[in-house]
Design a protein around this ligand. Sequence first.
Ligand code: BMA
Length: 327
Amino acid sequence: MNKIIGRENNNLPWQDKPEGYQHPVWRYNANPIIGREAIPTSNSVFNSAVVPFEGGFAGVFRCDSRAVTMDIYTGFSKDGIHWDINPEPIEFTGEDEEITKKVYRYDPRVCYMEDRYYITWCNGYHGPTIGVGYTFDFKTFVQLENAFLPFNRNGVLFPRRINGKYAMLSRPSDNGHTPFGDIYYSQSNDMEYWGHHRYVMGTTQFEASGWQATKIGAGATPIETEEGWLLIYHGVLATCNGFVYRMGCAMLDIDNPWKVKKRTKSYILAPQELYETTGDVPNVIFPCAALTDEKTGRIAIYYGGADTVVGLAFTTVDELMAAMEDV
Ligand code: BMA
């Protein structure tokens, strides 16, 4: 077995791969796990992130309101499947009102590191950029400086320092429905000043791997394995009916994560079920989190379906290793 390096997680949500199923990632059979009206004010709940917390799970959820405004909310669960989402959005305290002033917040990621849970999200500040905050208890939240200048999306922290520095993946973008986008790596001594930017990986040639030919973006917090950092990401193809978002994965070098060792040519999950192909934005699978169990190599992936609901899917580190090709 290819080994995950991390915590054991005995109560990871899990279902075995259905008999006869041919592909590396399979869906929870009662998806979606969170519906669009999970809180009284929500139009949709999707692109959300979860972590183990106090014997159960906590998460940060993207809930768009019925006014179609975007904000992030906490939620708690005993089993990782049934969630109670707090109907009030997260309130951050911070040193500078210029930064904590809310414009919009969406697509959160959560990353436990050292002693706290860091949250990164797409933060409105004269356009989208990467907001950064932390909490110890999912009750009070501190917001730090935005990591980058606008425009940027899909800021995903690594779960430990690399070569002594904090490390983050991000995807420089534009102010709209960005028709391009590659993944970059940046590092920081203090979670405020980010530099040492490195190109990690970009779109593919349409002829070789069409589903990731328009743009890509990091999804879940990278998973540390004996082979390197396992990154679950999304890839996008612009079609005559708009963008289609699918899921893939890559293996990044453990000490130099901007070096890609392996990557999927075929997607690992694509919109096929009704809650993925139909919704506010059809044909979107958007992974934002993965729970792992070191002992069994199991991985539970949380993803947004059609910008409307939250879905859960399962795989193992061995399944994903077998799905990737050397780069
Ligand atoms: C991206 C982001 C995501 C969304 C996706 C598909 O640009 O806005 O939140 O899931 O588009 O609409």
